[in-house]
Design a protein around this ligand. Structure first.
Ligand code: ADP
Length: 591
């Protein structure tokens, strides 16, 4: 029962991935055709030898006059059969490899596309190393199961049936005696492959942990060195590495047990067939050539059974890895896949939050009834202590997730009615924890607006006070940044990100903490840039830099998910006690 459940589990997992394979139906049909032809040749292979033995070498009467010809033609037939089979199998292997690569590519893209659409909650819950392993390591295993094992199991199954039929054609009694133990072998294969699957699942989990730890530790190398905690990290790594290796060893053992058990049972079956067959020849019930053909078929039967055991192992691995991938694919995207929604308004005048509530999955109420109306042509600042809900507000404006209650509207239309990609196209964002990939400065800048010209690029850099940063690099715009943007200071990276956001020339510009780590003159330049940008855009700047708030048309004060004050800096200072305290604290910190 359990084994049946396991088998149906493999089928259930494989079925979920069928869309990946079904697109290659024609090629798969080609593979099936090639293999079927190869199987027919394989079935014919023992017969030339039988002619030579029974007609020439050990004839029942006197040897025929054309013995030489029989030997020659038998040899030629055998050569043609072997060469034809080799060619057909070569072509089929090539085709299977091509399908396999396509399937891997398609599946990887599907998983990646799904992953990037998942909510920040999901990414906070899952460690990136483990997700990386699912994408790089698990996907090929699923491909192995779907394509390689799938094709081989079908082909070998047909081959086994063909051979079994031929065994009965040659000698039904001997055939029955050989095929009798087969169900037993099948049972053993099932049992051991179940063990293998469990071991593989554990191994993949351990490998995921190892990859995650590696990823985190490498990201935090500088911190580890600063704290002098390298030894601790190495010890922890060694421990994880050891458990992962142990899990790997268990898989190898389970795999070896499966292979060994099958080999042993097949050897017994072959020896039995030979002994019983020799006795039947001796008794005159079978001719010598027929026994040779028979034994050749039995050997041929071993091959598919051996292959079945091997592919059973692949299927076990593929099922375990497929389940890991399905766990990602079954995560519901924060934003339901958008039906081809409405196009966003041409020149939206407002971005409005209406009674917006948002609670994270762990129950943290980040926004508790926010009403906010941002206007084109107005430079607005969003201030509030850490944890006030500022990042959540920005995420809602980008529709990273939808509010639990209330609505966010762009130009009067709820965001959830708009085409997601088109809507995001209209937003440029420069985040505080700057996202720079290990590519050149130019590639980083062009990420959001690949069409921008060199002139526009430099204009944006000047506006973001970042042109000097680029000029200071020997390779200029082609300077390569380390992973995560190493090589630039925090303030420099932030200005590059601001340039990238400006370059997008979008209707909405959201800038998170642009002034950190800047001297006063540069900060003032940025204020001017933001003012200029706000002339024809909706601009929201999240900042703690209270000394610049006077320059804003409007300051929105957010605290614990509610808006406490909304107006000019001077008015808030007069009317919002918590605001004056916030500003006072910030000034103290600066002093
Ligand atoms: P701010 O940007 O003003 O510092 P956030 O919007 O990041 O504030 O956070 C608002 C509240 O939501 C905080 O209490 C924070 O701890 C919580 N929060 C933020 N992100 C998550 C998350 N992914 N899961 C659970 N709680 C979160």
């Amino acid at each position: 029962m359990k084994r049946l459940a396991q088998l149906s589990r493999s089928f259930a997992v494989a079925r979920r991935f069928l869309p990946e394979v079904s697109g290659h139906g024609l090629k798969l049909a080609g593979v099936a055709g090639l293999y079927l032809a190869a199987i027919l040749l394989e079935l014919g292979r023992p017969w030339p030898l039988r002619w030579v033995i029974d007609d020439v070498l050990a004839p029942s009467g006197s040897p025929p006059a054309n013995s030489g010809e029989i030997i020659l033609y038998s040899g030629l037939a055998l050569a043609a059969i072997l060469a034809g089979k080799a060619l057909l199998e070569y072509l089929a292997t090539m085709l299977v490899a091509a399908i396999g690569h396509r399937v891997t590519r398609g599946l990887r893209l599907r998983v990646f596309r799904h992953m990037v659409g998942l909510s920040p909650d999901f990414h906070a819950k899952h460690r990136s190393g483990d997700l990386l392993l699912r994408l790089t390591g698990d996907v090929p295993m699923v491909k192995d199961m779907l394509v390689d094992a799938g094709v081989q199991m079908s082909v070998r199954g047909i081959q086994a049936i063909g051979i079994a039929v031929m065994l009965f054609v040659v000698d039904p009694v001997l055939a029955a005696s050989v095929l009798l133990p087969l169900p037993l072998i099948a049972l053993v294969v099932r049992f051991l492959s179940n063990h293998l699957r469990i071991a593989v699942r554990k191994q993949r989990r351990k490998e995921g942990e190892l990859a995650s730890y590696m990823h985190e530790a490498i990201e935090a190398t500088v911190l580890l060195q600063a704290l002098g905690r390298e030894d601790h990290a190495i010890q922890r790594f060694a421990r994880t590495n050891r458990t992962s290796a142990r899990a790997g060893l268990k898989v190898a053992r389970a795999s070896a047990r499966l292979g060994g058990a099958v080999e042993g049972m097949l050897a017994l079956a072959f020896a039995g067939a030979m002994t019983f067959g020799a006795w039947r020849v001796h008794e005159g019930m079978l001719r010598l050539g027929e026994l040779t053909v028979f034994l050749s078929y039995v050997r041929g039967l071993l091959k598919p059974i051996r292959a079945a055991a091997k592919h059973q192992a692949r299927i076990a691995k593929g099922t375990a890895c497929g389940e890991r991938i399905l766990r990602v694919l079954d995560e519901v995207a924060a934003i339901p896949p958008s039906a081809p929604g409405a196009q966003p308004p041409e020149r939206p005048e407002t971005l409005v939050f209406e009674g917006v509530h948002y609670t994270y999955a762990d129950g943290t109420e980040a926004l508790r009834g926010v009403d906010l109306r941002l206007l084109r042509g107005e430079l607005a600042a969003l201030v509030g202590p850490s944890g006030a809900g500022k990042s959540t507000l920005i995420a809602l404006a980008l529709r990273i997730f939808d509010p639990d209650q209330g609505e966010v509207r762009l130009g009067g239309i709820p965001l959830r009615e708009l085409d997601l990609d088109a809507m995001r196209e209209g937003v440029a964002i420069s985040l505080q924890n700057t996202i720079l990939f290990g590519e050149s400065l130019r590639e980083n800048l062009l990420l959001g607006s690949p069409e921008a010209t060199e002139e526009e690029l430099w204009a944006a850099l000047e506006a973001a006070a970042a042109a000097d940063i680029v000029r200071a690099q020997p390779e200029g715009l082609d300077a390569l940044l380390g992973s995560g943007g190493v090589g630039l200071s925090g303030g420099e990276a932030r200005r590059i990100c601001l340039a990238r956001a400006l370059l997008r020339n979008a209707d909405i510009l959201i800038v998170d903490e642009p002034f950190g780590g800047l001297d006063r003159a540069t900060a003032l330049r940025l204020v001017e840039t933001l003012r200029a940008a706000a002339r024809d855009r909706i601009v929201l700047v999240v900042t703690h830099a209270v000394e610049h708030l006077e320059a804003f048309d409007r300051v929105v004060h957010l605290d614990r998910g509610r808006i406490l004050g909304d107006g000019r800096h001077v008015d808030l200072l007069a009317g919002d006690r918590q605001y004056s305290r916030l500003v006072g604290e910030a000034q103290e910190v600066e002093l």
